[in-house]
Design a protein around this ligand. Structure first.
Ligand code: ADP
Ligand code: MG
Length: 140
């Protein structure tokens, strides 16, 4: 898919959230792509669609943050930024326990910690397009 604004990328996040609710996508979202490709923009729109009012920081400030949600299938949304951490670091934080089906988990720079992600992970790849605001988004 191609988007030409942060809003359009947000609309894709909303579409994927609806798909997760219907069981069409796994609730672990591995987000990959270069700096500025749109991973945090996607996560912000996703969180907003879940009713999370707290600000989603563009990471480096956080490794893992939990946001409780009111959803008929899921209890929390977790936002993980794996830019500066290893799989071992995340394991020490107890990350494996959160892949228990009760949570929606979004992981930026997920390709760096690929080995600790469940097999049932939805991979979403972000890349820059040819014009300034164009992004390419590929699911699985
Ligand atoms: P990442 O988390 O992948 O490093 P960010 O979401 O933090 O990327 O940054 C993306 C930047 O690109 C933001 O400043 C956003 O406003 C801008 N942008 C421009 N066009 C788009 C688009 N089509 N989709 C997403 N972000 C876009
Ligand atoms: Mg980011």
């Amino acid at each position: 898919m191609r988007t030409s604004s942060p809003q359009e990328t947000g609309a894709i996040a909303e579409m994927i959230l609806r798909g997760i609710a219907k069981g069409e996508y796994y609730p672990t979202l591995a987000l990959s792509g270069d700096l500025g490709a749109g991973k945090t923009t996607f996560t912000q729109a996703f969180a907003k669609a879940l009713g999370i009012r707290k600000r989603i920081l563009s990471p480096t400030f956080l490794i893992m943050k939990r946001f409780p949600i009111h959803h008929r299938k899921f209890k929390n949304m977790y936002h993980i930024d794996a830019y500066r951490v290893s799989s071992a670091d995340l394991e020490k934080l107890g990350v494996r326990e959160i892949f228990n089906g009760e949570n929606i988990v979004l992981i930026e720079w997920a390709d760096r910690v690929r080995d600790i992600l469940p097999k049932t992970t939805t991979w979403i790849k972000f890349s820059h397009g040819t014009s300034e605001n164009e992004r390419k988004i590929t699911i699985n």
